[in-house]
Ligand binder design. Structure first.
Ligand code: DQA
Length: 146
């Protein structure tokens, strides 16, 4: 059975109350429930991790090396600032899909650049909680469907 790791970065623990006009009204717990439901339907396992600390996110990526099939990663604002997270993705060789709830390209210019995209398999943004579910599905598709 494939295991997919779902990682959420800074401030995403506040979903539900955090700028719901941008990020939606669902809490992170509710989003994770929907992801878990989808994973179960697809016959996969999911693990969840959230931290607002860059080093903790890096440590989690290291710990998951060679133990998970893929990673769905919403790095929050670190997306736009962190060379260290990009290096952690490269160093571990994880298959990562970068996700965002909001469409970052509709927003402030500083959100248009991602340090992570170039080391990720793909990027899904702007679809709210569905961004996570679509990333999960993509990671679980067989390679010959690529
Ligand atoms: C975000 C977009 C980022 O620009 C922002 O800093 C976040 C959330 C999103 O999911 O839309 O914290 O990653």
């Amino acid at each position: 059975m494939k295991t997919i790791l779902i990682i959420n970065g800074p401030n995403l623990n506040l979903l539900g109350t955090r700028e719901p006009n941008i990020y939606g009204a669902l809490t992170l717990e509710e989003i994770n429930r929907r992801i878990a439901r989808e994973a179960e339907a697809l016959g996969a396992r999911v693990e969840f991790f959230q931290s607002s600390h860059e080093g903790a996110l890096i440590d989690r990526l290291h710990a998951a090396a060679n133990t998970v099939h893929g990673v769905v990663f919403n790095a929050g604002a670190y997306t736009h600032t962190s060379v260290a997270l990009a290096d952690a993705i490269s160093a571990t060789g994880h298959r990562v899909i970068e996700v965002h709830l909001s469409n970052v390209f509709k927003r402030e210019e500083f959100r248009w650049h991602s340090f992570l995209s170039s080391v990720c398999q793909g990027v899904i943004c702007g679809l709210g909680w569905k961004s996570y579910v679509l990333a999960l599905r993509a990671l679980l598709m067989e390679d010959d469907q690529e």
